[in-house]
Ligand binder design. Structure first.
Ligand code: FAD
Length: 510
């Protein structure tokens, strides 16, 4: 009995799922999730991604069953899985969402397209986000985003007619069997649509009140931010569902806090727009995962790679308290707020002068919400290699003074600092030996000594970057990058939008 196959990747839901709706309207449907060893062998994949997906697919399988359908989990490379299923069942058509993933998923999708052509199976792909495939003109992008978000989210199919032959599913292997040996952060968010819905409701009704003003400090951000990123990255909620829910909450806001709620929601919705704006960059230029968006920056840092700097930074042993505390939080939770992510990359890129690719792979594995399009664009932006963004250099000592003035955050994540007196907390490596003896914390033993002198190394790094920016050839090539990837908001509108989005704290990532 032939059927339609709905291939789930990073869209693990039955709500607002256009491929599922289209397949269900056409007849019997089989849902499929494939555990692909090739994907899990990639250097940007981690145990936490796998386990979050496993939790989410298990919940999805239950939803399928409740609708009378079946979600099959198989293991193997996608074309081999298709080959076998076609022999067992006969596949009429393949339905899925478009994916803007890493280089490996792009190649895999091309192989699937070739397989479908060879077997006469029609593969229909639907837009997952406000990303436009084969976009010709960046000016058309924003209206296309608005048009997609304006349509109402699709309800789940009323019923799924499952194909009847018994099919053998695959047991989820242990992460180690797929080569995933990194630890699962003990405090990471859990997968499953029900969890995603709870996070959304709680944010829109309560936590959004702290959004403006609360998202920059690592102390307040874990509750002030929406915490929807992982749920969006694996598609437990569609972006359109979230946009609609936020706009509805904005329309219904009432009572003494209504204005505050509306402003928080507006700032939040603007970030949902950025979400797609950044993924579009990778969609339009897949090579940005590997090479500089502006090729004029090639060679800037490559030859100076320092394994020791990378080791200190990634282990959270730089001696700069806020950097090390952020790494500790990341290891434990799989999440950090935007400003602290940007600060980590800035420290890697400027004083430590590391090319962005290895730090980017490391962070991709640390971030539960790893979304290649946002991630690689941000890595390049915070490293100054896009050529179109103002270089933003975050000083970790100033960031600590501004966003953790009492040192509560760093003392929480770095117990050794609990004994350091307040006056030395932001720069503990400067403690005189007598103070070290008094508080019982030895620099270089209990806490690391910074690998470079922060101010000097940052100044030298900026000079090197600015020298290149002034180069006439580099300046000339900037226009082409801007034309292809730049936001279409004019500078004044951009400043206004940023001010609206962030209140007093401008964090502009266009
Ligand atoms: C170096 C670096 C790497 C990053 N890598 C990722 C990544 O892999 N995946 C990811 O989802 N975000 C990434 N971000 C963006 C941002 O830090 C996270 O989206 C945010 O911290 C997630 O928490 P939240 O959902 O509570 O955010 P909220 O502030 O509540 O934002 C809501 C949603 O808007 C989107 N969003 C927010 N900020 C941005 C932004 N600056 N650019 C694009 N979209 C945004 C996300 O989908 C987020 O879930 C990165 C930022 C930096 C500086």
């Amino acid at each position: 009995m032939a059927c339609s196959l709905v291939w789930f990747k990073r869209d693990l839901r039955v709500h607002d799922h256009a491929p599922l709706a289209a397949a269900a309207a056409a007849g019997p449907v089989l849902g499929l999730y494939v555990i692909e060893p090739g994907l899990w062998a990639q250097p940007d994949m981690a145990t936490q991604h796998y386990l979050f997906i496993r939790e989410s697919v298990s919940a999805l399988a239950q939803q399928f069953a409740a609708l009378g359908g079946r979600l099959l989990v198989r293991g193997g490379e996608m074309t081999a899985v298709l080959e076998r299923l076609h022999a067992e069942l006969g596949i009429d058509a393949l339905y899925s969402h478009e994916e803007t993933g890493n280089d490996w998923t792009f190649a895999r999708d091309r192989a699937v397209a070739a397989w479908c052509r060879r077997h006469g199976v029609h593969w229909q792909e639907f837009r997952q986000f406000g990303v436009v495939r084969r976009l010709q003109d960046r000016d058309e992008w924003r209206p296309a985003w608005e048009a997609l978000m304006a349509q109402p989210p699709l309800p789940p199919p009323a019923r799924l007619a499952a194909p009847l032959p018994p099919l053998i599913g695959h047991r989820w292997p242990d992460p180690a069997a797929l080569g995933l040996t990194d630890p699962d952060p003990p405090l990471r968010q859990r997968g499953g649509r029900a969890n995603a819905e709870l996070v959304l409701t709680d944010f829109l009704n309560e936590r959004v009140l702290s959004y403006r003003g609360g998202i920059s400090s690592p102390l307040s951000a874990p509750t002030a931010c929406s915490r929807l990123s992982a749920h969006l990255a694996y598609g437990l909620l569609s972006l359109r569902e979230v946009v609609h829910a936020a706009r509805l909450a904005m329309a219904n806001a009432s009572g003494p806090q209504a204005e505050r709620q509306r402003r928080g929601l507006a700032a939040f919705v603007s970030r949902l727009y950025w979400h797609c704006h950044f993924i579009q960059k990778l969609e339009s230029e897949p090579a940005l995962e590997f090479r500089n968006l502006h090729r004029g920056y090639d060679g800037l840092r490559e030859a100076d790679w320092s394994a020791a700097h990378f080791a200190a930074w990634s282990a959270g042993r730089t001696g700069w308290p806020l950097v090390d505390a952020c790494m500790a939080m990341l290891r434990a939770t799989g999440w950090l707020n935007f400003r602290m992510r940007a600060m980590l990359v800035s420290v890697a890129a400027y004083p430590l002068w590391l090319h962005w690719r290895e730090p980017g792979l490391f962070l991709a594995r640390q971030f539960l919400d790893y979304e290649p399009g946002i991630h690689w664009s941000q890595l390049q932006m915070q490293s100054g290699t896009t050529g179109i963004n103002t270089a933003r250099v975050y000083n970790p000592v100033k960031q600590a003074r501004d966003h953790d003035p009492q040192g509560r955050f760093v003392r929480h994540w770095l117990p050794a600092l609990r004994r350091v007196p307040d006056s030395w907390l932001f720069e503990p490596w400067r403690m005189p030996p007598a103070v070290q003896a008094q508080c019982g914390v030895r620099v270089g033993e209990d806490i690391p000594e910074p690998p470079v002198e922060l101010e000097r190394a940052t100044r030298v790094a900026k000079e090197r970057l600015y020298a290149l920016r002034r180069d006439p050839g580099v300046r000339a090539a900037r226009a082409a990058v801007l034309e292809r990837h730049g936001s279409r908001l004019r500078p004044a509108a951009r400043r206004k939008a940023a001010a609206r989005a962030s209140g007093a704290q401008l964090e502009l990532e266009f």
